[in-house]
Design a protein around this ligand. Structure first.
Ligand code: KG4
Ligand code: ZN
Length: 351
């Protein structure tokens, strides 16, 4: 089954061709991050206008790199939400026109279900796909959401916890703005942190006494603002602040992940996905946790950095598994929505 995926929820214009939900034949990402480097975030109208200019060339290139024509495509999967409405509409309108002109079914995909599908994407068609074993605990941390899921199939699961305020990536981005670093802040903080001391500033672990699975990042952001104060900070101080702030953000993510794994009994795999899963310190911390007290034997991260941040291969994959597990329900008409909880689009077994 070959699916063309389209993702335009924010500041990436992406198209990909994926076979059987796993094998990535092409994965094209047109990014406009540089446009917003000095803005501290994305300007929605400007992002939508750039999506318009990029969408057709990006789809064209994805088809070309996959060496396929329309007759080889079985369906189109597109991000239906959540995200910036203008950007989303460029993707969904394009997908609607293409499916109608080419006579293909259309699958609307929740953006987070896309991220949740990213660990089984693989580039090399020659490699055998390793079987996925459920139940899985997935930590999905991006610029728009931070969630913990207990999953019993590709499209079924229970939301265990979510953020009470900012998302983890948003906390990186806002922290970078406070430190005078460009957008997106995650990679900038990670880069500066490599030269800094993670124990220079003792930022508190959020929700230490809370026994749920929720996250909170706004307190850390305030602590960072207080630590910076009104002074001009040196490069060394910036490096130390980045390292300490990153340490606290990652410790909070890993603390909640550990707790969910410990509480849920049999868990076969742990997945960590979303833009923040590119963070090397987060990866190191998960490894340290495993060395201290074993996590389930299989820990999966998206195979490539480009599968962590927004991409269309994950949308094609999620579309495929929706089709596989939900049948024709996957082709149901949908609305494009800026705000869209996944709990309503993923059937939950238990809460
Ligand atoms: O998943 P994603 O591409 O888009 C959303 O769905 O939001 O995630 C983007 C987020 C941004 O907030 C960015 O700062 C963060 O992922 N990010 C990182 C790293 N690379 C990207 N955060 C921490 N460390 C990184 N290396
Ligand atoms: Zn995303």
């Amino acid at each position: 089954m070959r699916i063309l995926g389209i993702e335009t929820s924010c500041d990436e214009t992406a198209a990909a061709v994926v076979d059987d939900g796993i094998y990535v034949r092409s994965n094209i990402i047109g990014t406009m991050m540089e446009d917003f480097a000095d803005c501290g975030g994305v300007i929605p109208e400007q992002a939508a206008r750039r999506q318009l200019t990029l969408i057709l060339p990006v789809i064209h290139r994805a088809m070309e790199e996959a060496s396929c024509n329309w007759s080889a495509i079985d369906a189109i999967a597109v991000t239906k939400g959540p995200g910036l409405l203008g950007s989303l509409l460029v993707g969904t309108m394009t997908a609607r026109v293409l499916t109608s002109v080419q006579g293909k079914p259309l699958i609307g995909v929740h953006h987070t279900l896309g991220h949740l599908s990213s660990p089984w994407l693989q580039m090399n068609i020659e490699d055998p796909a390793s079987p996925i074993m459920f139940p899985i605990i997935t930590l999905s941390a991006s610029g728009g959401h931070t969630e913990l899921w207990h999953r019993t199939s590709h499209t079924r699961g229970t939301l265990l916890g979510t953020t009470k305020d900012d998302a983890a990536g948003e906390a990186f981005d806002k922290g970078a703005t406070l430190l005078g670093l460009p957008y997106p802040g995650g990679p900038q903080i990670a880069r500066m942190a490599t030269e800094g001391n993670p124990h220079a500033y003792p930022f508190p672990l959020p929700l230490k006494r809370d026994d749920g699975y929720d996250f909170s990042f706004s307190g850390l952001k305030t602590a960072l603002r207080t630590a910076i104060g009104k002074r001009i900070i040196s490069t060394k101080e910036t490096q130390d602040l980045c390292a300490s702030y990153q340490e606290a953000l990652c410790a909070h993510l890993v603390d909640r992940l550990r707790k969910a794994v410990d509480a849920k009994g049999v868990v076969k795999e742990v997945h960590i996905v979303g833009g923040v899963s590119r963070n090397d310190r987060l990866r190191g911390m998960v490894q340290e946790q495993m060395n201290m007290r074993p996590l389930p034997p299989i820990i999966r991260w998206p195979q490539r950095p480009s599968f962590c941040t927004d991409n269309a291969a994950m949308i094609a994959s999620a579309g495929y598994f929706r089709w596989l597990e939900e049948g024709s329900v996957a082709f149901a008409p949908f609305e494009t929505a800026a705000s869209l909880p996944l709990v309503h689009s993923v059937p939950c077994n238990s809460l």
